[in-house]
Every structure is written in C-alpha cells, then in structure tokens.
Design a protein around this ligand. Structure first.
Ligand code: SF4
Length: 282
C-alpha cells in the first residue's frame, strides 16, 4: 500500500480491539477469493439503487457527485428528480446557474453545483470523455469520480478507491488496490460499495454477516475515529451556507449581510452582486 493511501485509511480510524497479528498468522485471503466472494455476495445482497439501472455517463456523474456528501437513501429521490428535470448534459448546460444552485440545496458543498453545471457545458460541447484523464479534466472531478464513471458507465477494468473500498482492502488484504477479474470490475465495484456501506463499517464492522469473515485477518476488531469532524454548528461554513439559502429564496440588499461571507460566495461562483443586490448568478 502506498504511504499516502495507508494514511488515508488510517486517518479515519484506529484499532481499539486487540491487534490482529495473532489472527493474521492463521488466516489469509487472496485477491481472487475476495473478488469471488464479494461478487457472489453482491448478487444476492446488492442494494437496489436507481442509478444502477443506467449506463449513461452523465447520469452516473450526477449520482457520484451527489453521493459524496449524502447517504444513498437520501440521494435516490434527489437524483430521480434531477434527471427528470435535466435528463441530459445539454439540458443541464442550458439551465440557469441560479436554478442549478437552488436544486442542489441540502446536498452539501454547494460549489459542486457550480462544477457540475460547468462540466455539463463541457460535456454538451465536446462529448463524453472515453478515459479517466478526460473525466479528470472536468471541474470538480477527481481521480475517484473519474474512475467511478469509467467503470460504472463505460465498463473500464478499474476499481475506484473511495474510503469505504480502501477500508475493506486494507482490513482484509492489507493492500490499497485490487486487480478486478476481467469483465467483472463493474459488479465488483458495486459489491465493494455495498459491503463498505452496510457490513465493513468504519467503527464496528458487522463481521458476522461478512462474506470474507472466515479468511479476514481483521475479523472481530473494533475501531474508533482518530479525528473528530470539525463542528459545522456555529462555523463560518454554516454562516456562508445560511446566506446562500437566503439567496435561494430571494436576493439580499447591500448592507443586509456580512460582506466577507458574500465575497466567499462570489469567489466560488455561487453569488453575484448587481444593481445593489447580492443574488444567485444568472
Ligand atoms: S470480516 Fe469484518 S473487518 Fe473483515 S472485511 Fe468483513 S466486515 Fe470488514
């Protein structure tokens, strides 16, 4: 595992139950066994999610952007409504920036709405990228999202590495990447997503229900968060988010808001100042 990825996994949790060395000496799982078992488990335990019924790269991109801050069950309705309103990248590109920012309300990190709108414009103009580099050239699309779109929409042989997938690989294999069996990357990715979301949980994994349990050296361990999340309540981020919510309702007259917060929104493309008002960008 590369040092950076090791750090990524370990910044989230540390082991609070006995070290696994004594168990690791007795069991070992191979990447091929992990793939076989996760694929078999996914075939019967996979979650029913609407974006799993499409291979449209634009629709997959929307789901991945929404899922970055919001749990899947809460994204289902938002994704469905979004796709009804803007079924193609061209439709989204033609929408006003204000409408897109308003529709993103409650999905977290509002700058993503701006990135998504800009990405839609580029997709509509230049077409669908066929490789990860092309996706990464879009605003707000990092290595994880590019890999996710490529495997879920375009059937590339790649496993996207989010925190959940890395956690499973590190705990069960002690590695930070896995080669998917030929032609199975799509289902293996979905299976790892589901295993990470429902079984191999960050703090108290449900090892008793895990298809890897009898060969996993981390079976039965407990973890605790290393870092507490920074408080949103009372933070500047919350104040900025509140001001944006107010703008979603109506423009604000100059002098009725904190100019420093307004400057941040303007910098991020989430607001503009015109005619003595602060408002969502047109
Ligand atoms: S046995 Fe436990 S720790 Fe190992 S992969 Fe399964 S849920 Fe995670």
């Amino acid at each position: 595992m590369t040092p950076i990825l090791v750090h990524l996994v370990h910044i989230c949790t540390r082991i609070v139950s006995p070290p696994r060395a004594h168990y690791a000496a007795r069991v070992s799982l191979t990447p091929a066994q992990l793939a076989d078992r996760v694929l078999a488990w996914y075939a019967t335990h996979g979650r029913e999610l609407p974006w799993r019924h499409t291979r449209d790269p634009y629709a997959i991109l929307i789901s991945e952007m929404m899922l970055q801050q919001t749990q899947a069950d809460r994204v289902v309705e938002r994704w469905t409504v979004w796709l009804e309103r803007w079924p193609t990248a061209a439709d989204l590109a033609a929408a006003s920036r204000a409408d897109v920012i308003s529709a993103w309300q409650g999905l977290g990190y509002n700058r993503r709405a701006v990135s998504l709108h800009e990405s839609a414009r580029l997709l509509a103009e230049h077409g669908i990228p066929r490789d990860q580099a092309g996706w990464r050239a879009l605003p707000g699309v990092g290595p994880y999202t590019a890999a996710a779109v490529c495997v879920l929409a375009l059937d590339h042989d790649v496993i996207p590495l989010d925190v959940n997938v890395l956690r499973i690989l590190e705990r069960s294999l002690g590695v930070a990447e896995i080669e998917p069996p030929p032609g199975r990357a799509h289902d293996l990715t979905q299976g790892l997503f589901d295993l990470g979301a429902t079984i191999c949980l960050a703090r108290i994994p449900r090892c008793g229900d895990c298809p890897l349990a009898d060969l996993c050296p981390s079976r039965g361990q407990r973890y605790e968060p290393l870092r507490k999340q920074s408080r949103f309540e009372g933070s500047r981020r919350q104040a900025r988010s509140r001001l944006l919510d107010q703008l979603r309702d109506a423009p604000r007259a100059l002098g009725t808001f904190d100019p420093a917060l307004a400057a941040l929104l303007i910098r991020d493309g989430l607001a503009e100042q015109a005619d003595g008002l602060l408002r969502l960008p047109r």
